[in-house]
Design a protein around this ligand. Structure first.
Ligand code: ZN
Length: 76
């Protein structure tokens, strides 16, 4: 049987030739190449959520600016 490592991303063991050390805030963890390529772990997910939130903020700012222009036009 070939050597395996526990993948903290998939929470299963993979053959060691598919594993890479991956730095996290808690220290280096073993992650499989597939999960790194898919970037489906918590950190990239949080980044994606952050990007989505800033998109929403930008959209709200744009709508507010448009609303302000509409109000000013009504008063002219
Ligand atoms: Zn994995």
């Amino acid at each position: 049987m070939s050597e395996t490592r526990y993948c903290y991303c998939c929470r299963v063991h993979h053959p060691i030739d598919q594993m890479r050390r991956y730095p996290t805030r808690a220290g280096d963890r073993w992650r499989c190449l597939r999960s790194i390529a898919a970037a489906n772990c918590s950190q990239p997910e949080r980044d994606a959520v952050g990007r989505k939130q800033s998109e929403i903020n930008r959209e709200q700012a744009r709508r507010l600016a448009e609303y302000g222009r509409t109000l000013r036009r009504r008063h002219e």
